[in-house]
Design a protein. Sequence first.
Length: 329
Amino acid sequence: MKNITKIAAGAALGLWGTLAHAADDVTLQLKWVTQAQFGGYYVALDKGFYEEEGLNVTIKPGGPDIAPTQVLAGGGADVTVEWMPAALAAREKGLPMVNIAQPFKSSGMMLTCRKDAGVTTTDDFKGKTLGVWFFGNEFPFLSWMSKLGIPTDGSDGGVTVLKQGFNVDPLLQKQAACVSTMTYNEYWQVIDAGLSPDDLQVFKYEDQGVATLEDGLYVLEDKLADPAFEDKMVRFVRASMKGWKYAEENPDEAADIVLENDASGAQTEKHQRRMMGEVAKLTAGSNGALVEADYERTVESLLSGGSDPVISKAPTGAWTHAITDKALN
């Protein structure tokens, strides 16, 4: 793999390179496994954008047993990729996470439903079983159901929530009428399994007016008081956004770079190239700076949980432009 070659070449420079300039270490924790969802970071690493900023970046893949908020809290990473609902929920519980950049402008979250299960509109959800991801990913769904006035406790007129694994098996096996999918990932697993778009009814959170911000960059608030840490984050965000814009313009190359970094060998070229093309639609329009209106929309959605909202009050200090103002201007 290219990165192994790069590491070997770097080691060959020996002590001279170390003495010439010691790069600042930064550890990034991803929300999920190595895939094109995080293409911009792998591109920045591969293309030397981090190195140009004097950074030695380590990218740690996530997985079903890894909670980015916990990794950040435990000091296992300097910065993490997380969805804003999970970050705000963690902040309210005492973990002071702060959004320092927002590479994803749009949400890729959907409910994908089988038409033969009798679902063509949101009114058809009632009485059905819906697959929902948890570990912080359930918050947008619960807010949406609250707005629709649909109970999620399986009662009459409500829905039964199936705690969905990170696959689409419940839909394929007809255990659920709908399952959670992302535009760039699980939806295509359904298609590849043999169902056609005509067999499906999709409900994009963006179209339903309940989209919340995904895949932002978060750090712990107290770290930002350290000028040296702030400077590292400015350089990290600048290089990362350079990687994201390169990935948008060169999606196939970006997907190939992701594959070269996939130590598991589980990803395929077809899926990653397709994923990168879809992810590029979500990062399009973002220069990395959080748009306050998008933040306010997310907060409003999370507060609208009726008797059991995701957050109980509007947070303060949950985001900052301090990093992007310096990184992008």
